[in-house]
Design a protein around this ligand. Structure first.
Ligand code: NAD
Ligand code: UFG
Length: 333
């Protein structure tokens, strides 16, 4: 089986390539490298001892995508922009890249009669919790353009399936991906100031940042700081493999990929210090606009439909993050 992986040079995509190659799939990575390095793919080859076919291209270019995708049996669609704050400042870029890009990809798939797709959605589609944990029937509404693009794409996929019930569609709603491959060869390498907690903590540990800003300690949570469901990127990668394997029959299914456990910012900082023996100086600052106090997944459906559950704990997430960061102090150079 040959799988077309859009955004496959990125953080989650590169780890998923490892999982797929180890399981015997062939992969074709299609990425415009706007937020990634070709080095990640060389390292995927080093880890697996298998080759990755790489095509530098943009999902918004339907003609090129239609040609590149020829001969593939299915698609895992990671490509897109993902920074919430940036999406508020540049909504048109987000709608163009994520929504228009996905439309072009789906048309390229249709032209080649490829009807199997696993799509990267996000827990952000649930918005402010009406109840917790989030299960897949929680109402959907988002609070920022990035989340809106994910929700619109989900709706496009549901409408597509209604129009042609031979499609095999899996929508995966990720919670908070962190960690790195255990080799330390691939990991998360954000450009500029990290938006997310774990890469920021890792950059403080390596000395690239002086201290962490903890965004608010007055939330209604066990220690006042924000609570999230962190999920090891290799668990996420295995979730994609399970999702592909579950697409043996037509469907359009949305599934949470999370651990079901909520940890606060301070829980994560303390776990990182314990796992790495590195000090993490931090200061409490005002809340970040748009942040939700607490959310975590109900992962039951993933267990029932995919036979998947998260295997790696917070300690391992911290150790593997540090392993990548300490071996690659400046990321992929
Ligand atoms: P990433 O930025 O590391 O990877 C995305 C990849 O897509 C990059 O390699 C980038 O170069 C590529 N890309 C972007 N626009 C493209 C285009 N128009 N054509 C071709 N390639 C393009 O991000 P990631 O963390 O690996 O996220 C992967 C997917 O998962 C994204 O769709 C993201 O929205 C989603 N997601 C991520 C998180 C998270 O916290 N990391 C959480 C939920 C969902
Ligand atoms: N936080 C800090 N300091 C930082 C960064 C984050 O205190 O420097 C706090 C946040 O306030 C929040 C928690 O750490 O309480 C996690 O924040 P992240 O930015 O790491 O993650 P978010 O939950 O805000 O969002 C991430 C992705 C979204 C995605 C969501 C669910 O950025 O795109 O997970 O998948 F939608």
């Amino acid at each position: 089986m040959k799988i077309f992986i859009t955004g496959g040079a990125g953080y989650i995509g590169s780890h998923t390539c490892v999982e797929l190659l180890n399981a015997g799939y062939e992969v074709v990575v299609y990425d415009n490298l706007s937020n990634s390095s070709p080095q990640a793919l060389q390292r995927v080859e080093k880890i697996t001892g298998k080759s990755v076919q790489f095509i530098q291209g943009d999902i918004r270019d339907e003609t090129v995508t239609t040609e590149a995708i020829q001969g593939c049996d299915g698609v895992i669609h990671f490509a897109g922009l993902k920074a919430v704050g940036e999406s508020v400042a540049k909504p048109l870029d987000y709608y163009e890249n994520n929504v228009y890009g996905t439309l072009c990809l789906l048309r390229a798939m249709q032209s080649n009669n490829i009807k199997t797709i696993v799509f990267s959605s996000s827990a952000t589609v649930y918005g402010d919790p009406e109840y917790l944990p989030f299960d897949e029937i929680h109402p959907l509404r988002t609070t920022n353009p990035y989340g809106q693009t994910k929700l619109v794409i989900e709706e496009i996929l549901r409408d597509l399936y209604k129009s042609d019930t031979s499609w095999k569609i899996m929508i995966l709603r990720y919670f908070n991906p962190v960690g790195a491959h255990e080799s330390g060869l691939i990991g998360e390498d954000p450009q500029g100031l990290p938006n997310n907690l774990m890469p920021f903590v890792a950059q403080v540990a390596i000395g690239r940042r002086e201290s962490l800003n903890v965004f608010g300690d007055d939330y209604d949570t066990h220690d006042g700081t924000g609570v999230r469901d962190y999920i090891h990127v290799m668990d996420l990668a295995s979730g994609h493999l399970k999702a592909l394997e579950a697409l043996t029959f037509p469907q359009c299914t949305a599934i949470n990929l999370g651990s079901g456990i909520g940890y606060s910012v301070l829980d994560l900082v303390n776990a990182f210090i314990k796992a790495t023996d590195k000090p993490i100086p931090f200061i409490i600052t005002p809340r970040r606009e748009g942040d939700i106090a607490e959310f975590y997944a109900d992962p039951t459906l993933a267990k029932n439909l995919l036979g998947w559950s998260a295997q790696r704990n917070l300690d391992q997430m911290c150790r593997d993050t540090w392993n990548f960061q300490s071996q690659n102090p400046q990321g992929y150079v």
